[in-house]
Write a protein of this length. Structure first.
Lengths: 441, 304, 304
C-alpha cells in the first residue's frame, strides 16, 4: 500500500524543492501603487508585441521615453494577441485598468461610445496633435467629434506581382494591371495549365482579402454611411459580386479551396514559389518574401480600379494607443502616448519593423531610410503614398457586428446557393432591421 | 481486508510484463483467444497510426526552418533536422521560469482537487441527507452556465479580494471542489456496496473513518483519473492565468507559447517545438501514473 | 425506537453537510455571486463598462422574436451535440475495451491514445485545419489512397460540422481514461463465472462489462452533453474570420454569444442567451437523471 504513494510524494517533494530554489513567490497582490520609490509616476503599458522582432523595438522606445524625462516611468507588459482586450475589459470593469493599451483602430469609436476608452478632448484642447496623422486614421478615432485613441500604426492592401512570371507570359513587368479588366486579362495570360491541373494560377481575387475590400474598391465608401443608411444592395456591389463569381467559375471550387486553405493556414504561400502570379496582401507581406523567398523577383502596385477613373481605393486597418476608462494617471499616460506617436518613435518603429505608421512625417522619413533594401524601399514608399487612397472601416456604433449578417449571405453566393441579387437584397434588409432594432427608443 | 489485498495481487500479476516475455504466452490460452488478442493488437496499432500522424506534422514542423515551413506544397519530412530549434524556442522567452510557475500552480491545483472532491463526493454518494438532491442538482447546474458570462463578474470579485496578480484565483477554488470531479467521483462511490458501509457503521465507525479507510482506497483509480485530469486542466489552462496575472514574472507556459503567434505571422516551427516540449511532462506523468488506476482495487471481488 | 431513528437521521444529515461543506463554501464564495449577477444583468442593457438599466424581458423577447442568428446558432449546436455525444461515447467505450486487454505494449498504446486529449488549444485546431486542407491535407490524401474523393471539409457548409465531430473523435482519449478506470473495477470473479458458463468475449463484454460501467457512461453522457452545448474555441479558430462561417455553418451558440458579449458589448443580451442555454441543458440533464435508473446499474445498491 505504501508504495502507491511514493511517486506522487516524490513528485510533490521535487516540485516544492524546485520552487524553493527559484525563490518563488506566489504573487504580491495587485500592487496598485502608481508611484515608485523615486517618486516617479509608474505607468502600465499593455501591448501584444511579444515576438523576438517587435518586443525589442517597443522596449527600446519605452526606455528612450523613460530616459527622456524624470517624471514618468513606463512599464511594458506583453499580453497575447486578441485576449489582451478581453483582459482589458475585465480590468476596466473591476476599476483597475492599465494606463495605456494598444487596441484596434476600427473599433475605437465604439469603445468611446461604450465608455471603455477615455475621451481625449481635454488634452487635445491644450495640445492638438491631430494634424500629425493621416486624416483617415484620425477620423476613425472620433466619436461625436472627440477622439478616444491616438493612431499608432496602420496598413493598406497592395497587389504583389511576380515580374519573372510577367516576362514569361509576354507581359511588361513594369506595367502591372490597373483595371479589373486588365487584371482578368493578365491573369489569363499568367495561367499555366497542365491537363486539369494548374501549374500556375494568374490571380484569384479572394485569396488574401475578402469580397468587402473589392466592394470598397469599387464604391469608394463603406457599407453604412454617417446617417446609418445601408448601402449594400447597390448596382456597383451587384456588379462586383458577379465579377467575383466569374473568377470562381473560372478556376473551380477544388483549386480555389485547396489554395485558400494553404494561404489561410499562414504557412506556405503559393506566391513564394511562383505558382501564383499575383496576390493581394498588406505591405508587411514583403517581409515574408524577404525572409522566405529571397530570390523572388516581384513588384507592387495599387489595387486595380473597377473602371478607368473609378479610383484605386484600398482598405486598411491599424492600431491606436488609448487610455482605458478609469486609468489613474491620464495626464502622464497622454504624455507617453504623445511620445509613442511622435515622429521620432514612429520612425524608429517603422524602420525596425517594416511597418506603416500613422505619423505622416515619420512615414515619409522611413520611406527614405537607407536601412531598407531596394525592394524594401519600393514597397514602403509605394505603401506610404497609397495611404491617400486607403479607407478604414470603422465599425458603425449602431450595428458593430453588421458584417456578421452580410458575410453568410455572400458565402452562399460563392457556394452557389444564392444569386448575387438575392444575397444583397437579404443582407440589405437584415442590416437595416439590425440598425432599426439597435437605434430604437 | 485480506481478500482485497489478494485481489490487488491478482491484478498486479495479470499486468506484469513477465507474461509477455514468456514465449508460450500467446499459445497458452488456446487459439481463439490468441486470435482475438492478435486482432486487438492490430486494431490498436492501426489506430495509433491515425493518432500519430497529426502529431507527426507537429514534430516535423518543429524541426524545419521557417523557409521550409513556408514552402509550397508542404514537405512531409524536414530537409534538415534542426534540433537547435528546440533550444532557440526555449530561449525565446523565460521558459524555465514559466515551467516553475506552471508546476507550482498545477501541483497545488492537483492537491486541492484530490483532497476536496473525494471528500465532497462521498457526502453526495453515501450519506443520505435532506436537501442532497437539490444540492447535487445545483452542483450539476454550475457546469451549465457558459464561462463567458461569469468571467467579468468573477474577475471583479477576485479583484475586490485583492487577488489579481496572484495565483490565488487559479489555486484556491480547486480546494473547494469542482462540479465535474464531484460528479465523477460520486459515480464511482455509488458502486461501493452499501452493506460495506452499513457494516462499518455497525461497528461504530464514523463517516470520516469510513471515507478514509474504505472510500479512499476503493476509489483509487477514479482519484488517479481526477488527478490526471486536473493536472492537464491546470497545465493547459490559458484564460485563467492570462486574466489574473499582470506581472510577466508570474506567467505560465501556455502564455509563454503565445509569443510565437503574432498578429501577422506565426513562427510555426518554434510554436510546434514549444507545444511538444510543454506536452512532454504530461506524457511522462501519464505513463507512470497509469499503474495507479490499472492497479485499482477491484471492489466487487474484494467485498465477497 | 422512532426517536433513535430520527436522531440517527439528524446525525446523518449533519455528517452529510460536513462532507459537502467545502463545496457549499466555495460555491457561495466564488460562484453564486457571479451567477446571480449574470441572471440579474440578463434583464438589463448591461454593457460591462457604462450602463446597466433594467429593461425587463426585452433581451429574451428579442432573442425569440427578432434574432434569426439565435435560431441558427441553436440549430448548429443541437446538430453538433446530437452527433458528437453518441459517437464520442461509443468511440471511447470501444477504445477502452481494446485498451483494457493484456497485449504487448499496452502501456505505450494507452499513452498514445491519451495524447490527443492532452494536446489542447489553438495550436491543435490550426494543425487540424492543415490536415483537413482539401488539396494538400493528409486526410484527403489518405482517402485518396482508398479511392475516395475527399470533401472540401471546412469550406463546405455540409461538411464543417462533421469535420469538427471527426476532430472530436480523434481526442476521445480523455473519456477513454474514465472507462478504463471503471473497467478496472469490474470483478474478475464475474468474468470467471461467465467463462465457466461458456460465454465468449463479446457476450462477456455486453453482459458484464457494459452493465458494470453504466455509472461512468452516464457520467460521460451528461458531461459531454453539457460540454457539447458549450462548444466554442474550435469554431472560433477554425471558421473563416472566427465568425462561424462559411454560411454560418459553424455559428455555434457560444460563438454567437461571444460576439454579442465581446464584440457588440451587449453583455446583458449575452447573459440572457446563457440563461436560455442553461434552461435547455438543465432540462435535458434532468431528463437524463430521471431516465438513469432504467439503465444505470449501481452496484452499491442506490439505483436512483
Amino acid at each position: 500500500m505504501k508504495k502507491m504513494y511514493t511517486v506522487p510524494a516524490a513528485f510533490l517533494a521535487s516540485t516544492l524543492l524546485l520552487t524553493g530554489c527559484a525563490g518563488f513567490q506566489i504573487g504580491n497582490g495587485n500592487d496598485s501603487s502608481t508611484e515608485n520609490e523615486e517618486g516617479k509616476v509608474v505607468l502600465d503599458f499593455w501591448t501584444f508585441w511579444g515576438s523576438e522582432i517587435r518586443r525589442p523595438v517597443i522596449e527600446e522606445i519605452i526606455s528612450d521615453f523613460n530616459a527622456s524625462q524624470d517624471e514618468i516611468e513606463v512599464q511594458h507588459t506583453y499580453l497575447p494577441w486578441g485576449d489582451i482586450w478581453t483582459k482589458e475589459l475585465a480590468a476596466i470593469a473591476a476599476g483597475d485598468p492599465p494606463d495605456v493599451v494598444i487596441n484596434d483602430i476600427n473599433t475605437t469609436a465604439l469603445r468611446g461610445e461604450q465608455n471603455q476608452a477615455m475621451n481625449l478632448a481635454e488634452f487635445m484642447s491644450e495640445d492638438d496633435i491631430s494634424g500629425q496623422f493621416y486624416p483617415e486614421l484620425w477620423e476613425a478615432t472620433l466619436h461625436e467629434g472627440d477622439s478616444y485613441g491616438v493612431p499608432f500604426n496602420t496598413d493598406t492592401r497592395v497587389l504583389f506581382y511576380n515580374k519573372d512570371a510577367f516576362e514569361e507570359a509576354g507581359l511588361d513587368p513594369e506595367q502591372p494591371p490597373t483595371t479589373w479588366a486588365e487584371l482578368e486579362e493578365y491573369a489569363a495570360k499568367l495561367d499555366v495549365k497542365n491537363g486539369d491541373d494548374y501549374e500556375r494560377i494568374g490571380f484569384y481575387p479572394l485569396w488574401g482579402i475578402n469580397y468587402d475590400v473589392w466592394m470598397l474598391n469599387a464604391n469608394g465608401h463603406n457599407f453604412i454611411n454617417e446617417e446609418n443608411e445601408v448601402l449594400i444592395d447597390t448596382e456597383t456591389n451587384l456588379e462586383t459580386l458577379e465579377w467575383l463569381t466569374g473568377w470562381k467559375d473560372k478556376y473551380g471550387d477544388n483549386v480555389i479551396n485547396s489554395y485558400k486553405a494553404q494561404i489561410d493556414s499562414q504557412q506556405g504561400n503559393p506566391f513564394f514559389n511562383g505558382s501564383l502570379g499575383m496576390y493581394v496582401s498588406a505591405p508587411t507581406f514583403y517581409t515574408q518574401i524577404r525572409d522566405y523567398a529571397d530570390d523572388l523577383n516581384f513588384g507592387v502596385a495599387k489595387l486595380p480600379e473597377m473602371e478607368p477613373g473609378n479610383g484605386h481605393t484600398s482598405w486598411g486597418g491599424g492600431f491606436v494607443a488609448e487610455i482605458p476608462a478609469g486609468a489613474s494617471n491620464p495626464e502622464a499616460s497622454y504624455e507617453f502616448i504623445k511620445y509613442l506617436t511622435g515622429a521620432e518613435a514612429q520612425e524608429y518603429w517603422a524602420v525596425q519593423n517594416f511597418d506603416s505608421v500613422a505619423n505622416i512625417e515619420a512615414a515619409e522619413n522611413a520611406a527614405q531610410s537607407d536601412e531598407f533594401t531596394e525592394d524594401g524601399t519600393m514597397v514602403y514608399s509605394m505603401a506610404t503614398e497609397y495611404m491617400n487612397d486607403t479607407l478604414l472601416t470603422p465599425v458603425p456604433v449602431a450595428a458593430p457586428d453588421f458584417m456578421g449578417s452580410v458575410n453568410p449571405k455572400i458565402d452562399e453566393v460563392l457556394l452557389g446557393s444564392k444569386t448575387p441579387k438575392q444575397a444583397l437584397e437579404e443582407a440589405q434588409a437584415d442590416v437595416e432591421s439590425l440598425i432599426e432594432k439597435n437605434t430604437r427608443e | 481486508m485480506t481478500s482485497q489485498q489478494e485481489s490487488t495481487r491478482y491484478v498486479e500479476e495479470a499486468g506484469k510484463p513477465r507474461d509477455l516475455q514468456n514465449p508460450s504466452y500467446f499459445n497458452h490460452h488456446g487459439n481463439r483467444k490468441n486470435l482475438l488478442k492478435l486482432i486487438n493488437f492490430v486494431l490498436l496499432a492501426a489506430g495509433s497510426l491515425m493518432i500519430l500522424s497529426p502529431l507527426w506534422w507537429m514534430f516535423s514542423t518543429s524541426l524545419k526552418t521557417m523557409t521550409e515551413v513556408m514552402s509550397f506544397p508542404p514537405s512531409f519530412f524536414p530537409e534538415v533536422w534542426n534540433w537547435s530549434n528546440y533550444i532557440r524556442t526555449w530561449e525565446a522567452a523565460p521558459f524555465t521560469r514559466y515551467t516553475v510557475n506552471t508546476l507550482v500552480i498545477t501541483t497545488l491545483v492537483v492537491i486541492g482537487n484530490v483532497l476536496s472532491n473525494s471528500f465532497i463526493a462521498y457526502g453526495f454518494a453515501k450519506i443520505p441527507f435532506r436537501g442532497r438532491n437539490v444540492l447535487f442538482a445545483i452542483v450539476l447546474a454550475t457546469m451549465m452556465i457558459p464561462g463567458f458570462v461569469t468571467l467579468i463578474p468573477q474577475y471583479v470579485l477576485f479583484a475586490k479580494l485583492g487577488w489579481v496578480n496572484t495565483y490565488y484565483p487559479l489555486i484556491v477554488p480547486a480546494f473547494f471542489g469542482s462540479a465535474f470531479n464531484i460528479f465523477l467521483l460520486r459515480q464511482f462511490y455509488m458502486t461501493i456496496p452499501n452493506e460495506l458501509i452499513e457494516a462499518a457503521k455497525m461497528e461504530g465507525a464514523s463517516h470520516f473513518y469510513i471515507w478514509r479507510k474504505i472510500g479512499l482506497p476503493l476509489t483509487k483509480p477514479a482519484i488517479a483519473t481526477v488527478a490526471i485530469f486536473s493536472f492537464n486542466g491546470a497545465w493547459n489552462d490559458f484564460l485563467g492565468p492570462l486574466l489574473y496575472l499582470n506581472d510577466e514574472n508570474l506567467y505560465t507556459l501556455q502564455i509563454g507559447l503565445q509569443v510565437f503567434k503574432g498578429q501577422l505571422n506565426t513562427q510555426w516551427n518554434y510554436l510546434m517545438a514549444g507545444s511538444l516540449l510543454v506536452l512532454l511532462p504530461v506524457i511522462i506523468i501519464f505513463f507512470f501514473f497509469q499503474k495507479y488506476f490499472i492497479q485499482g482495487i477491484n471492489l466487487q471481488s474484494g467485498g465477497k | 425506537m422512532a426517536k433513535t431513528k430520527s436522531a440517527m437521521r439528524r446525525k446523518e444529515t449533519m455528517y452529510g453537510y460536513i462532507f459537502v461543506m467545502p463545496w457549499i463554501i466555495g460555491f457561495l464564495a466564488f460562484t453564486a455571486g457571479p451567477l446571480l449577477f449574470s441572471l440579474f444583468a440578463s434583464f438589463t442593457d448591461y454593457n460591462i463598462t457604462s450602463q446597466m438599466d433594467f429593461v425587463g424581458a426585452e433581451n429574451y423577447q428579442g432573442l425569440f422574436t427578432e434574432d434569426g442568428l439565435f435560431w441558427t446558432s441553436l440549430w448548429n449546436t443541437l446538430y453538433y451535440v446530437l452527433f458528437s455525444v453518441p459517437l464520442t461515447t461509443i468511440g471511447a467505450i470501444l477504445l477502452s475495451a481494446l485498451l483494457n486487454q493484456d497485449v504487448p505494449g499496452i502501456r505505450v498504446f494507452r499513452t498514445l491514445y491519451y495524447l490527443p486529449a492532452v494536446l489542447s488549444g489553438v495550436g491543435v485546431y490550426l494543425l487540424w485545419m492543415q490536415l483537413l486542407d482539401p488539396g494538400t491535407g493528409m486526410i484527403n490524401l489518405i482517402l485518396g489512397w482508398v479511392g475516395i474523393d475527399g470533401p472540401n471539409w471546412l469550406f463546405d457548409p455540409q461538411w464543417t460540422k462533421p469535420s469538427l465531430i471527426f476532430m472530436k473523435l480523434w481526442s476521445v482519449g480523455g473519456a477513454m481514461l474514465l472507462y478504463l478506470a471503471s473497467m478496472q473495477g469490474v470483478s474478475k470473479t464475474l468474468y470467471e463465472a461467465a467463462e465457466i458458463d461458456g460465454a465468449n468475449t463479446f457476450r462477456k463484454f455486453f453482459h458484464i462489462t457494459l452493465p458494470m460501467i453504466t455509472p461512468v457512461i452516464f457520467f460521460d453522457v451528461v458531461t459531454s452533453l453539457i460540454g457539447g452545448f458549450q462548444i466554442f474555441q474550435e469554431a472560433y479558430v477554425m471558421s473563416s474570420d472566427g465568425e462561424g462561417g462559411p454560411a454560418n455553418s459553424l455559428l455555434f451558440y457560444n460563438l454567437y454569444m461571444w460576439r454579442q458579449a465581446f464584440e457588440n458589448f451587449n453583455m446583458g443580451y449575452a447573459m440572457a442567451m446563457s440563461w436560455i442555454l442553461f434552461i435547455i441543458v438543465f432540462v435535458l440533464t434532468m431528463i437524463n437523471l430521471k431516465l438513469a435508473p432504467r439503465w444505470v446499474h449501481y452496484e452499491g445498491g442506490d439505483n436512483r
